[in-house]
Each structure stands twice: as C-alpha cells, then as structure tokens.
Design a protein around this ligand. Structure first.
Ligand code: HPA
Length: 258
C-alpha cells in the first residue's frame, strides 16, 4: 500500500497528529532508521525525525541515504519535509513560512547520491524542478485555505555546518540568488528525486542570517522560534497531508534508483 511521509526537522518532533502510532526500526543497505508509523485520515503516514530521536545527530552526520531509502522500502511515494532556515531576504522574516522551489548546494563532505557507479551504471538526474510541482501546488492551496501567509518561492542555500555562516558568506549567498540558508536540505532533496519520490519542503524562517541579525545566532533561538510557530506549521502540514493521495503518480518517479 502506498504511503505518505513527513520528515520533521529542528522543532518539529511531534507525530501526535497521527493515529494509532507505532515505532519501528527499518534496516536498509545504508543503515538502520527509526521511524514512527501512524494513520492520518485513512492514509498510512511515516513520521521520521531527520536528526534522529531526541535530536542527537548533527546535520553533516545525518544518514540521508538510509533515511530516504527506508521511506522507499516502506512504500512511501510522497514526502513532505519541514525545515528551519535562516533568512537572507529581508521580506522573509522570522516566523514566516517559505515554500522552497530551488536550491544551491554548498555542502562539502556528505554521501549525496544513490548513483555511485555500481554495476557500471552512470546516471545524471535532471534537477530543473528540484521540488515536486504537484506537492508545491497542494501546499500553496492548503496555505491559502487556512489563510496562512506563505512565500510561494524560495531558493535554499545548503551549507555544511554545523557552524553558522560568516556575514561575508551570507552576502555572497545573497548575491548568488539565495533567499534562505540551512544545513540539511541537500542531499535530502537529491536522494528523494533519485529514489523517485515526490518531495517538497515547508521551511520556517527562525532567524535573519549572520550579519543581518543584530545578535549572534544560537540553536536555542532557532528551536524557540520553531516552537513559537509550531501551531501554524502543524496546521499547514495536516492540511497538506489531507490533500495528498499517495497513489497519484507524477513525473518525480522518472529516473528512480532500484
Ligand atoms: N544558518 C544555517 N542553518 C540554519 C539557520 C542559519 O541561520 N537558521 C536555521 N537553520
């Protein structure tokens, strides 16, 4: 049976919106993954904590391949992800929601593909539209229905972390066209497409980025802003899950790894 998945990031730890929750550990060729499985309006939904249970895994150590492969093995077709981001765009303020549509990759040192040349297979995946267009439309419609303000476009700059950026880096990323910055969306988005899964992200701005913010950045601030705005993230996530049909197919499944 096809399923949906929700990947929660910093500040999004609560699978409580799901019914009949049970916990499982999934074994994949890339490692073990803890998930929760429940149902939402009759559809089975997997809830995964990107940083592991209890937020113990830093961004550069997350086993992204195991996470995405576990979802694929569990029969997931569509993945909705939540992410905390810093903003480089003055119009995108702390507390605002941003629907990502592009990314720029500045990560340095993470396993980032399922297509590692095994079996002499060389695969180059198209990323003209990195995030699922159908899911993005569902998110926009759900936000509109709930009257939640949502920036309908946003270019995500993914950095390696775990340190925050220097102000000079933020100026550079802004010049390159970035709107928000975070540490986890690459390779998550890349692997989802390589696995043939539909994938979209609702980003929550938790802070203005380094040099724009008047104060030094702290993880506590990021968590506090996520928690303060948890209700709107949660209501949007629930409205989106209610609109997604895991059996709908779309072109994201194009060049999937087997
Ligand atoms: N930089 C990188 N990652 C982040 C930030 C930031 O300012 N805020 C939340 N995640």
């Amino acid at each position: 049976m096809a399923r949906l998945a929700l990947i929660g990031g910093t500040g999004v730890y609560d699978p409580g919106m799901l019914k009949d929750i049970r916990e499982e550990t999934v074994a994949t060729a890339y490692g073990l993954v803890d998930i929760s499985l429940g149902s939402f309006q009759g559809v089975e939904v997997i809830f995964m904590q990107r940083h592991g249970r209890g937020h113990t895994v830093p961004p550069h150590k997350i086993n992204y391949r195991a996470n995405i492969w576990a979802l694929k093995e569990l029969g997931v077709t569509k993945v909705l992800a939540a992410s905390a981001v810093g903003s480089l765009n003055k119009a995108m303020e702390p507390g605002h929601l941003v629907l990502l549509d592009q990314f720029i990759d500045f990560t340095k040192n993470r396993p980032f593909t399922f297509f590692d040349g095994e079996g002499g297979q060389v695969v180059h995946t198209d990323f003209t539209e990195p995030y699922c267009g159908d899911m993005r439309q569902a998110i926009q419609q759900a936000a509109g229905e709930l009257n939640l303000p949502l920036h309908s476009h946003g270019c995500y700059v993914c950095v390696e972390g775990p340190r925050y950026e220097t102000p000079a880096e933020i100026v550079a990323y802004h010049r390159l066209g970035g709107d928000v910055v975070g540490m986890t969306n690459v390779p998550e988005v890349v692997l989802a497409r390589e696995a043939g899964l539909c994938y979209a992200v609702i980003a929550m701005v938790t802070n203005f980025a380094a040099g724009i913010s008047p104060t030094p950045l702290t993880h506590t601030e990021v968590v506090e802003v996520m928690q303060a705005n948890e209700k709107q993230m949660r209501s949007l996530v629930m409205a989106v899950l209610g609109r997604l049909n895991p059996d709908d197919s779309c072109q994201c499944s194009g060049t999937a790894a087997e």
